[in-house]
Design a protein around this ligand. Structure first.
Ligand SMILES: NC(=O)c1ccc[n+]([C@@H]2O[C@H](COP(=O)([O-])OP(=O)(O)OC[C@H]3O[C@@H](n4cnc5c(N)ncnc54)[C@H](OP(=O)(O)O)[C@@H]3O)[C@@H](O)[C@H]2O)c1
Length: 266
């Protein structure tokens, strides 16, 4: 695309939305044309960039959205649903990092991929993409070792385990030719009995301002392998989402992966 990509953000006033806006200030690849917040948001009607007078203001819906190429969504299930509806109506591509969706929303997204280009990732960091590959390899190479996934996030996070922890679990389960639905143990309390061979356990830490930490622990007899990633700055997710949005603009309908984007960066 020779002109800037016309971009809208769903969830523009949130932690991730702010990180995106911060980067967009210096990114000539994009023209921000719409910024959506929740219907009851205190940001509604306020200027998106402080000191920019009457230029772009936060909107509470997509009614007056101009023509656009891509929506980046980091909102929540309700925000993603309206963003998806708008993308389907106008044919825009959708990049979404929203996690904690229910089965019905997953079905809607799967169906929408027949009509528009969609790229979703539970984690937009390059480091986590590599961690996922390393975990696949380790889980396959050490099939009898117990696997536990530990994640930590800030105190305001709404869903648990994190979408990234679940994605790591899915990757490891697939590498061991099983499904996470069969292998996952999400909580332990009281008389749990012995650990079930082949299970994948999850542990969750919540507190303060932790941006996101994930450790996959493979535990054998007399030795232990730990593969971990720590995000200390939300800008890594925002940078990955912008890279994905720039790549996705103009792509054919379908479900695309962050790995597809990373492959073109090499
Ligand atoms: N994939 C990744 O790499 C990654 C990284 C970080 C976070 N996440 C996920 O991204 C999502 C957002 O995280 P966050 O920490 O940025 O959340 P947040 O700080 O709570 O921000 C949520 C944003 O969504 C807006 N919103 C809420 N309901 C909405 C609706 N119905 N319609 C439109 N906008 C709505 C909020 O508006 P107001 O607050 O102004 O009302 C706010 O701008 C979560 O699911 C999180 O797990 C993913």
């Amino acid at each position: 695309m020779t002109r800037p990509v016309r971009l809208a953000i769903s969830g523009a006033s949130g932690r991730m939305g702010r990180a995106l806006l911060h980067l967009l200030g210096e990114d000539v690849r994009f023209e921000l044309v719409h910024a959506v917040v929740s219907p009851g948001s205190t940001h509604a009607g306020q200027p998106v960039f402080a000191g920019h007078g009457d230029s772009l203001r936060y909107a509470v819906d997509w009614t007056h959205a101009p023509a656009l190429d891509v929506v980046i969504d980091f909102s929540g299930a309700a925000g993603l649903a309206t963003a998806l509806d708008h993308c389907r109506v106008c044919g825009a591509a959708l990049v979404s990092g929203t996690t904690g969706l229910d089965a019905a929303m997953e079905v809607r997204l799967a169906d929408a991929g027949k009509h528009i280009a969609i790229l979703r990732a539970a984690n937009f960091s390059l480091g986590v993409a590599v961690l996922t590959r390393l975990l696949r390899e380790a889980a396959a190479a050490l099939p009898d070792w117990d696997l536990e996934i530990v994640e930590a996030h800030h105190s305001r996070k709404q869903d648990a385990p994190s979408g990234t922890a679940l994605a790591l679990g899915h990757a490891a389960a697939a590498a061991r030719h099983t499904a996470l639905e069969q292998a996952a143990v999400y909580s332990r309390e009281g008389q749990t009995g012995e650990r079930v061979d082949g299970s994948i356990g999850f542990a969750v830490v919540r507190g303060g301002d932790i941006v996101g930490e994930h450790t996959a622990v493979l535990i054998g007899q007399g030795e232990r392998l730990e593969l971990g990633h720590r995000a200390t700055d939300r800008s890594i997710f925002a940078r990955g989402a912008l890279q994905a949005a720039h790549w996705l603009a103009g792509h054919a309908p379908g479900h695309w992966q962050l790995d597809d984007v990373i492959a073109t960066l090499r």
